[in-house]
Design a protein around this ligand. Structure first.
Ligand SMILES: [Fe+2]
Ligand SMILES: [Fe+2]
Length: 454
């Protein structure tokens, strides 16, 4: 995706350019004068977006755009430009930010408006591989690349070269490059090698070794990425299933909620995969506390956790949790983005159906993961009693994670229980609430819930 940055100050241009190139891999053309901007248009460079700062020639650029009937969308970065914007009603303005908001809001604004272009144009010939996973499978019969922008890739290692732990240290730790790339056409060998490496890891993993959860997070990112580039084919599905096994082993047979909570540090960089794993860990700990600690229950919760937001790419979209959030979200995004968020529980459940040997309840958990005990969830607006027991465990795990995020690390289970008491009043939610609050149960309340999933 190509962006024209129009701003009179070269330093500002460089700062915004760096931010857009490094964070979302855009191709950025900078123009500090009217002539430079016009030269770009005359060059027939395809511009998908104009980011426009306060510039004495903004007027001229807009008159030029209007003369060519251009529909290129514009984001303004002006301190106070309401009047200026209103004097050009035919220019397609999609956002307005003050310079002070730029560093926090520009990238999320572009991501939310151009989600489809960003995901389809991000190096369609290449597959992204986590730098730390790459070290497991070299040498490869293909080259390894580094990405400079969405269309520019430079060869880093030639076919057959070793990518060593020293290289890993250099790229990941010192240069903070989390991903390297291989050609899509050469991905099959990588997937096969990686599959066999992961199989050995699953075999040798010590149950309850929570350090492995980081590997599971990385592998999940890989599965999601491979699936968007190559399709959710047999090889990718097989990796996904192995990863579920590794996660179940890493969580162990008697996970403790206190341990899961102490490990619950969300990373913003890979929010989708990291929150999926944290939900898996917390949900299994709740199930263990409910006295439902079977391997099958854990497998269901982990599979649901890994796939519940599988089709969502923007972390902000994954945070929409209620009907009310969804309504507010509708006004800020395209109809396609809104529909994906609204229907992702059902669509992600359909993805799970393509995995063989997965119990039907997993699809139920995924399709109900945004329902709420008070009926304020989506897509169906089910109420507590209509939500399956394992889905309820999953929803409580999500609520705990939201609460952890809200408390910025000062999570207190007592405060959580106080806050949720009015809403966890029915169905399995009440049982979970009581268990977490250490209340006594009658024996019929502690049956394995998997039997009663509709
Ligand atoms: Fe979701
Ligand atoms: Fe989620």
């Amino acid at each position: 995706m190509n962006v024209l940055l129009f701003h009179p100050k070269v330093e500002t241009l460089e700062m915004i350019r760096f931010c857009l190139e490094s964070e979302i891999g855009l191709v950025v053309y900078a123009a500090s004068t009217f002539q430079e901007a016009i030269d770009l248009f005359m060059d027939e460079t395809t511009i998908d977006l104009i980011v426009c700062g306060e510039h004495p020639s903004t007027d001229k650029v807009f008159k030029y755009l209007l003369s060519t009937e251009s529909q290129i969308p514009v984001i303004f970065l002006n301190e106070d430009s309401k009047e200026e914007i209103e004097s050009y009603p035919d220019i397609k303005v999609i956002g307005h930010l003050r310079m002070g908001e730029m560093s926090a809001k520009l990238v999320p604004m572009i991501r939310s408006q151009f989600d489809a272009i960003l995901s389809s144009s991000a190096g369609s010939e290449y597959c992204r591989i986590s730098t730390s996973l790459l070290v497991r499978v070299v040498p490869l019969r293909g080259d390894i690349f580094i990405r400079l922008s969405s269309v520019k890739f430079v060869k880093l290692f030639k076919t057959g070269a070793q990518f060593t732990n020293e290289d890993l240290e250099k790229f990941l730790m010192r240069r903070k490059i989390s991903f390297l790339y291989i050609k899509k056409s050469e991905s099959q060998e990588f997937v096969q090698k990686f599959h066999s490496d992961l199989s050995s890891l699953v075999e040798s993993a010590v149950p309850g070794n929570s350090e492995l959860l980081d590997t599971v997070t990385e592998v999940h990112e890989l599965v999601q990425d491979l699936s968007s580039r190559l399709g959710f084919n047999e090889e990718v599905r097989s990796l996904a299933k192995l990863n579920v096994k590794l996660a179940v082993k890493a969580i162990g047979s008697s996970p403790k909620l206190s341990k899961a909570l102490s490990q619950s540090k969300l990373t913003t960089k890979n929010y989708i995969s990291s929150h999926s794993l944290l939900i898996a860990n917390i949900a299994c700990s709740i199930a263990a506390q409910m006295k439902w600690p079977s391997d099958t229950t854990f497998q269901k919760l982990v599979t649901a956790a890994l796939f519940h937001d599988f089709l969502i790419q923007d972390p902000e979209h994954a945070k929409i949790g209620t009907k009310k959030d969804l309504e507010a979200f509708k006004a800020t995004v395209t109809p396609e983005q809104y529909n994906l968020v609204k229907t992702h529980p059902i669509q992600c459940a359909a993805v799970i159906e393509t995995l063989t040997e997965i119990p039907a309840d997993v699809g139920t958990i995924v399709s109900q993961h945004h329902e709420r005990p008070d009926g304020e969830g989506f897509p169906k607006g089910l109420r507590g009693q209509q939500i399956s027991p394992l889905s309820s465990v999953f929803i409580v795990a999500q609520d705990i994670l939201d609460h952890i995020t809200l408390c910025k690390g000062n999570f207190d289970l007592f405060n959580f229980l106080q806050a949720t008491k009015p809403i966890y009043q029915n169905g399995t939610f009440l049982k979970i609430w009581k268990t977490l609050a250490n209340q006594n149960f009658t024996s019929d309340e502690s049956e394995d819930p998997t039997k009663s999933v509709a």
